[in-house]
Design a protein around this ligand. Structure first.
Ligand SMILES: *Cc1c(COP(=O)(O)O)cnc(C)c1O
Length: 537
């Protein structure tokens, strides 16, 4: 393993000349034996902080996102070594290369707490299953075997441990106040990950009419002494914008300071959320190597990701930059297809209707993590990124330069589908493959088929990221499978779905029935600050 320098700012001292990397547009300077990997901000290249600082803070003071100044690079031999390890061991080795201010023992503790024991059913937190669809080599990467049945658990089970260790390292005895804006799954996963963790409080905001009934029930019944949940009279973007505003509101920060508290973030803008997601993309490839599915050294795969805030697919991009042989990153969107347009044309334009769909965790018009990609593709040009982000907040639109458009098209393929196509895909996957998927995963499967139809690329083995259990969306999945609307409440639908498909109901979903509702409050977006202050009082 060696490190590659990814951006042009904080490594000035040993940075001699830069050569543009064909694939990613990043400078590839090699540096061996790094002892301290630093993180900088996408909007301020003067920033240089440790991993502990980046994870504690969540977002940089001026509103930028933290990015690593260097990336570990894995050779074929390194991947071969990893392929012989368990998921936990893979996670330890990869995290260690990024968190150079943590000891290996500390990292191992975090990893075991997150993925060990029986937190994830079935032994492997991120298993691959082959769905041989005609001539296609399609592998489903199932990321929903955790406690809340969505892929957010992969990161949010470990983030609280990384965060509390980070706070210790920066000698903070402050209570971390975690604000979460959720489009459905993050909220529950954060509540579950942080509940009763000493030195933390969690407050989750979700769009009142923008999450599935099951998602709402999961959040409103959350147990724990340090948690709170509030519905927003608005959509996800309102919730996310509100949270970002509170983070950067000096007056609110001062009030927290006076109570020996500080804000942190569990949204995918936090590096501690993104990093654990890199692991499962690499792990999927290792599993393909370990089971003999890869035919030759360096054989490439496609990765298809149902995308919302651009966190999951950005983790796949980092994996590619770290040496994982990836042909195309396929970005799948629902009717909120702002990313499809952006990746195809280089114009990001959020001035369009917001659609509430049956894949609610992807109902997003402003994908926060795209900012990190832009930073890397501009070779660490924080000034340019700041300008685009300012244009986005003022006019809702920006356009990237020609060379970046070309790089985007080399790296990504993008597509979208509407609710009807999503349901058809759920139906088809079940009737043809006997494999039950949720609506988010169906968007990915649908876009993958569009990709194959469009490019003729049938032979590249393809990993489709499966992000939620179908039992989180029983009404829509059941009606898709049977082809007609099904009466009954959520729990009747669950029983019927299990009966018809012969698949097991995940215990965390079944157990919600009859659970006490603890949270019923809601507020307008401009009342969010008040809600935060009420919680910390
Ligand atoms: C959050 C979520 C997504 C979108 O992931 P991003 O990292 O925000 O792009 C997709 N599917 C499900 C089920 C999710 O919970």
């Amino acid at each position: 393993m060696y490190y590659t320098i990814v951006s042009g700012c904080c490594q000035e001292s040993y940075f001699v000349s830069s050569e543009r990397d064909k694939q990613g547009g990043s400078a590839i300077q090699q540096k061996k034996g790094v002892v301290s990997l630093k993180y900088t901000s996408t909007r301020d290249e003067a920033k240089s902080v440790s991993a502990a600082q980046a994870i504690s803070q969540g977002i940089s003071g001026e509103g930028g996102l933290f990015v690593p100044c260097e990336l570990p690079h894995y050779s074929y031999e390194d991947l071969t070594e990893l392929s012989k390890c368990s998921y936990e061991e893979r996670a330890v080795r990869i995290l260690k290369d990024f968190l150079t201010d943590f000891s290996e023992t500390e990292i191992r503790e975090c990893v075991v707490n997150a993925y060990g024991g029986n937190k994830f059913s079935g032994g492997h937190p991120a298993p691959l299953t082959l769905q041989q669809n005609g001539e296609l080599n399609m592998y489903m990467l199932e990321l929903w075997h955790g406690p809340t049945c969505a892929f957010k658990d992969m990161a949010l089970q470990i983030l609280p441990h990384l965060l509390t260790k980070s706070l210790e390292k920066i000698h903070s005895d402050k209570t971390a106040v975690i604000l979460v804006a959720t489009s459905g799954d993050t909220g529950k996963a954060a509540l579950e990950g942080f509940k009763d963790v000493d030195g933390t409080r969690v407050l989750v905001f979700y769009p009142e009419n923008g999450v599935s009934p099951m998602q709402k029930l999961q959040m409103n019944t959350q147990e724990g002494s340090n948690v709170a949940v509030c519905a927003i009279e608005g959509n996800f973007d309102d919730a996310q914008t509100g949270v970002k505003k509170i983070f950067t509101n000096e007056a609110v920060r001062a009030q927290l300071e006076a109570r020996n508290m500080m804000f942190s973030s569990a949204n995918s803008i936090n590096w501690g959320r993104l990093l654990p997601q890199i692991v499962y993309h690499i792990s999927a490839y290792c599993d393909l190597m370990a089971t003999g599915e890869m035919d030759y050294e360096g054989e490439e795969i496609n990765i298809v990701v149902p995308t919302g805030n651009f966190g999951n697919i950005l983790a796949a991009y980092y994996a590619k930059q770290m040496g994982l042989p990836v042909h195309k990153l396929i970005c799948a969107s629902n009717a909120n297809n702002v990313l499809t347009d952006f990746l195809r044309t280089g114009v990001y334009d959020r001035n369009r209707p917001f659609h509430t769909t049956i894949s609610p965790s992807m109902d997003i018009l402003v994908s926060s993590n795209l900012e990190r990609l832009l930073y890397h593709l501009t070779n660490g040009n924080s000034q340019k990124v700041s300008e685009w982000m300012q244009q986005l907040s003022e006019t809702g639109r920006y356009e990237v330069d020609e060379d970046i458009k070309r790089t985007l098209q080399e790296l990504f393929w993008a597509g979208f589908c509407d609710d009807e196509a999503t349901k058809n895909t759920v139906h088809e996957m079940f009737s043809v493959e006997n494999y039950l998927i949720d609506p988010h995963t169906a968007v990915a499967a649908n876009v993958y088929k569009q990709y194959v139809g469009n490019t003729g690329d049938v032979k590249t083995p393809t990993v489709v990221v499966s992000t939620a259990s179908p039992y989180k969306f029983p009404g829509d999945v059941l009606s898709a499978v049977t082809g007609e609307e099904q009466p009954g409440d959520e729990f009747q639908q669950i029983m019927q779905l299990a009966f018809i498909t012969g698949t097991p109901v995940p215990p965390p979903i079944g157990e919600l029935q009859g659970k006490e509702i603890r949270f019923e409050n809601h507020c307008r977006p401009d009342g969010m600050t008040e809600a935060v202050l009420a919680m910390v009082r």
